[in-house]
Design a protein around this ligand. Structure first.
Ligand SMILES: Nc1ncnc2c1ncn2[C@@H]1O[C@H](COP(=O)(O)OP(=O)(O)OP(=O)(O)O)[C@@H](O)[C@H]1O
Ligand SMILES: [Mg+2]
Length: 251
């Protein structure tokens, strides 16, 4: 099922560089949608567009449609705060808040006015279990989050996002700062999350792209070259540029 439909999306930065050119792409619900390709291809730009972080950057011109739940999220009338509760971003470096493990998870809910301690306790346990962190931290929830390892911090950042019960989780190279063991934990976690969420992942290398993708989209210099089911795209890419990249001949 379609979760987000992108039609004729163009993004131009104020330095004149066109970083997305006429992108037409469907983000499938309850799947890992991988955006991959060499540096500068426009992957992060697209993720930022999906939760309107482009508002903060030096974007000069943006056109086309990004349809989510029936509305074009590029419309000026869209409530960006609401959107960012439904479409959440996880960045490549884990950035926990300078608070305890518990407070990192409850912060967003507290800001939204949730005060029921029993409910907050329940959410904390639920999301920490979802990211397979509960067993590691249940007895030190009031320790500063910063005391966790990098891999644990990144799982905490994902837990923090899950507490908001978003529909779509965007992850921009979420394992690029992590060791292989932590990377494997995050990868298996993402595989499980698609039961309840839609995942859009910019992987940190082609191997991860191939491992993780239910659907994959190959970006090169602002263009979407090829898109399809991950198993087909990596085994049998159609475009010679995708073939070269997947075979490791450039990038
Ligand atoms: N804030 C900005 N201002 C001007 N140009 C930008 C800005 N951010 C990105 N760009 C340009 O847009 C293009 C796409 O960049 P983007 O960061 O989206 O690529 P990417 O595929 O995520 O690359 P990487 O793999 O290196 O993270 C590049 O040419 C980049 O220089
Ligand atoms: Mg990027």
């Amino acid at each position: 099922m379609e979760k987000i439909v992108i039609e004729h999306l163009n993004v131009r930065y104020s330095d004149g560089a066109e970083s997305l050119k006429d992108i037409n792409l469907v983000i499938q619900a309850n799947a890992v949608n991988v955006l991959f390709g060499p540096a500068g291809g426009g992957k992060s730009t697209l993720l930022r567009v999906l939760n309107r972080l482009n508002d903060l950057a030096d974007v000069d011109e943006i056109s086309g449609k990004v349809l989510f739940n029936g509305a074009n999220i590029l419309d000026a009338s869209v409530n960006v705060i609401e959107l960012r509760r439904k479409v959440c971003m996880v960045f490549s470096r884990p950035i926990p808040l300078p608070l305890t493990i518990y407070e990192n998870i409850t912060y967003g809910l507290s800001v939204a006015g949730e005060r029921r301690k029993a409910h907050l306790d329940q959410v904390v346990e639920k999301v920490l279990r979802q990211v397979a962190l509960w067993d590691e931290v249940y007895d030190r929830l009031n320790d500063p989050a910063i005391a966790l390892s990098g891999g644990q911090q990144q799982r905490l950042c994902i837990a923090r996002v899950l507490a908001l019960e978003p529909e779509v989780i965007l992850l921009d190279e979420p394992t690029s700062a992590l060791d292989p063991v932590s990377t494997a934990k995050i990868e298996s976690l993402l595989g499980e999350l698609i039961e309840n969420f839609t995942v859009v992942l910019v992987p940190h290398n082609t191997q991860q792209a191939a491992r993780m993708s239910d659907y994959a989209a190959f970006f090169l210099q602002g263009e979407l070259i090829e898109y399809g089911e991950g198993s087909k795209l990596f085994l049998n890419p159609q475009d010679p540029r995708t073939q070269d990249y997947v075979a490791g001949r450039f990038g």
